[in-house]
Design a protein around this ligand. Structure first.
Ligand code: FES
Ligand code: FES
Length: 159
């Protein structure tokens, strides 16, 4: 089995570990760093449960090799929480809008939402639905999730 050193920044912290060259980024984050907000759903790039932000852009980490993360900056949902344990605005919006049911899909949605909010772009409703369309929620909380993200992106646009 071939193994390789991967050095990257995860949630603001410099890390290094040796991984199987065939390992997915999902497995590296969960098994080496215990970042269990990164969920294993379909594992074929369809459901968005394993979504993480890599260098500012969302990716399904189940179809992203761990070795590709070398030199990159990765954010998981754990990284949205501030050092003193305070939830980010997007997490609070999900709570306020009742956008969480079983929570399995939530970390993936949160990171796509964070990417949209951080972009500062003025999304139309349709564009925002498209941003969120890469995620499946079995509890069918889509409208609440949409409302939470809409609320935050709208706040961003206020002068
Ligand atoms: S687990 Fe990666 S997209 Fe479903
Ligand atoms: S809240 Fe259960 S899968 Fe989305």
């Amino acid at each position: 089995m071939m193994r390789k050193l991967v050095r990257c920044k995860i949630n603001g912290r410099d890390t290094e570990t040796v991984v199987d060259v065939r390992a997915s980024l999902t497995d590296m984050l969960r098994n080496e760093y215990r970042l269990t907000s990164v969920k294993k759903g379909c594992e074929v790039g369809e459901c968005g449960a394993c979504n993480v932000i890599i260098n500012g852009e969302c990716f399904n980490s189940c179809i992203y090799l761990a070795i590709w993360a070398d030199g990159k900056e990765i954010t998981t949902t754990e990284g949205l929480v501030s050092a003193d344990g305070k939830l980010s605005a997007i997490q609070q919006a999900f709570i306020d809008e009742g956008a969480v049911q079983c929570g399995f899909c939530t970390p993936g949605f949160l990171l796509s939402a964070a990417e949209a909010v951080n972009s500062g772009k003025d999304y139309s409703d349709d564009e925002l639905r498209k941003v969120l369309s890469g995620h499946l929620c079995r509890c069918t909380g889509y409208e609440h999730i949409f409302r939470a993200v809409r609320k935050l992106t709208a706040q961003q646009q206020k002068p």
